[in-house]
Design a protein. Structure first.
Length: 113
């Protein structure tokens, strides 16, 4: 089974940017979509964005126009470029392949001054 590993999180000030990476142990075409989720303390996990094998993208309203998802089919990596970050974006971010992908450890994103 192809495993996905998240990286790139960290502490950033409001208005700053981060790029998260989701690296696959095999071909990302093993999945129909690669999805980014996030879970903030005390809240349920929510879908942030996804990208299909054909390049179709989806964004939650809360991140539209600030986040961009992309994929590198040669490197088998999916990226989440996050710009103009807000404190409300603080969460653990996970990537997951659909269907049937497993949850990884996630990467912490903290937006604070």
């Amino acid at each position: 089974q192809v495993q996905l590993v998240e990286s790139g999180g960290g502490l950033v000030q409001p208005g700053g940017s981060l790029r998260l990476s989701c690296a696959a142990s095999g071909s990302i075409f093993s999945f129909n979509t690669i999805d980014w989720y996030r879970q903030a303390p005390g809240k349920e996990r929510e879908l942030v964005a996804f990208i299909s094998s054909g390049g179709t993208t989806y964004y939650a309203d809360s991140v539209k126009d600030r986040f961009t998802i992309s994929r590198d089919n040669v490197k088998n990596t999916v990226y989440l470029q996050m710009n103009n970050l807000e404190p409300e974006d603080t969460a653990v971010y996970f990537c997951k392949g659909a269907p049937f992908g497993a949850w990884g450890q996630g990467t912490q994103v903290t937006v604070s001054s």
